[in-house]
Design a binder for this molecule. Structure first.
Ligand SMILES: [Zn+2]
Length: 338
């Protein structure tokens, strides 16, 4: 058989490289030199120009390849079962509502694409109901017991089937689990401290925490705390109901603000955003986008949500890089290392 080599010839126009010499592949997530935000590559246009679109929506644009920095792609996990052995112990009981089972399954698969989990998690049941008389129902909760010796003992993972974003919640709660059982294993406690000041995080997390402190959500929450000094609640802004157009004032409370700004909660939120971004899971990315929009002055379905709980995309690159570093240092990050 005769076969022309012409079609198979290397065409450099289809293979532009970024400013570090890495190939820019279609679908890759990239950042742009001197432009905030993250972008997805639509296609290469020549050996020096590519078409990109903002990751969270917006108009496509053409940019010079030498302004592009590819965020290293993550390889699919070939030995998925083996490499997230620790999370195999997170068991959903047969009578757990289907939505919760699906959410936990999605969370585990997304996490397995991003990093390995050593077998540090004891058998941890997922429950879909929790008895918390007198407390507002949460979307999720990692329940631990404090032992008389001052250690925390894992009990279970609660994921509400009624939450608006159970899959993102499942990743978030697993973030709390790993803060405790992976990063905090050395002292049987969370690597992030509890609430309030002085802020203390384990040495391993100081770079990550510094990046959080420079971010917009953190600074906005600190501003709320400042206004809340000596008060339990303070008027914060006005929101407009999306369908009725009715405007009403919203307040923030000291309890909620202290909770959102704490390193432990910040870690689980950053972890969930990082997993969504690095795994590229479309459902997680959409839930994240909803949460970001809601947290910066918008409102969905008339429910509360004006606390900035997740990061705008341009604010998150540095935090994501710090999480990369933490998991790289432990030899757990998957994919192409920079
Ligand atoms: Zn949390």
């Amino acid at each position: 058989m005769y076969r022309s080599d012409a079609k198979a010839a290397w065409n450099p126009a289809l293979h532009p490289r970024d400013r570090f010499g890495r190939f820019i592949e279609t679908g890759a997530i990239v950042s742009l030199w001197s432009t905030p935000g993250l972008f997805r590559v639509r296609r290469p246009l020549s050996d020096s120009r590519v078409s990109v679109e903002p990751l969270f929506g917006g108009e496509p644009r053409t940019v010079a390849a030498n302004r592009v920095q590819v965020i290293p792609a993550l390889s699919p996990a070939p030995a998925l079962e083996l490499e997230h052995a620790g999370l195999n112990n997170v068991v959903t009981s047969p009578n757990t509502p289907e939505e919760v089972t699906k959410a936990v399954d999605r969370a585990r698969k997304a996490i397995a694409k991003v990093h390995g989990v050593p077998d540090v998690v004891p058998v941890l049941p997922v429950i879909a109901q929790v008895d918390r008389a007198g407390k507002l129902p949460a979307a999720g909760e990692y329940l631990v017991n404090s032992t008389p010796g001052g250690a925390a003992e894992p009990v279970s993972l609660f994921i509400s089937p009624n939450g608006v974003q159970p899959a993102l919640t499942a990743v978030h709660e697993i973030g709390h689990v790993l803060d405790h059982l992976l990063l905090g294993a050395g002292r049987d406690w969370f690597a992030t401290s509890g609430r309030g000041e002085p802020v203390q995080v384990d040495d391993e997390l100081t770079g990550w925490w510094a990046a959080v402190e420079r971010s917009k959500p953190y600074q906005l929450l600190r501003l709320m705390q400042l206004r809340l000094r000596n008060r339990d609640t303070v008027h914060w802004s006005v929101i407009k109901h999306p369908s009725t157009g009715e405007e009403r004032p919203v307040s923030v409370t000291r309890g909620e603000t202290d909770y959102y700004v704490s390193p432990r909660e910040m870690f689980a939120r950053a972890y969930a955003q990082w997993i969504a971004l690095r795994s590229g899971d479309p459902v997680l990315l959409q839930l994240l986008k909803n949460d970001i929009e809601r947290g910066f002055g918008n409102i969905i379905s008339g429910l509360s949500g004006w606390y900035p709980r997740q990061w705008p995309e341009e604010d998150f690159a540095e935090i994501a890089a710090e999480l990369d570093a933490i998991f790289t240092a432990r030899g757990l990050l998957k994919g192409d290392q920079p």
